[in-house]
Write a protein that binds this ligand. Structure first.
Ligand SMILES: [Zn+2]
Length: 75
């Protein structure tokens, strides 16, 4: 019984992690020539925010980027 509970907890945690990886939606990939699920990578931490890039989940090509504001002081 204990073992079953342990396994359930493990699976829950993994689901949360994979959900975070797929946080971004789909973007068009010029290599695959179709919209693909993308992965988000933290690229740079800038004073104006964190810069992320999105890579194709199939071929790994960079299909976009975005800067998320840190939510701190903005002039
Ligand atoms: Zn691709």
């Amino acid at each position: 019984m204990k073992d079953a509970m342990f396994r359930t907890a493990q699976r829950d945690r993994r689901e949360v992690e994979s959900f975070q990886d797929l946080e971004a939606t789909e973007l068009y990939c010029p290599n695959c020539r179709r919209p693909v699920p993308v992965r988000k990578f933290l690229l740079l931490v800038l004073p104006e925010g964190d810069k992320y890039e999105y890579r194709c989940g199939s071929c790994g090509a960079i299909v976009g980027d975005k800067t998320e504001r840190a939510g701190r002081f903005q002039a």
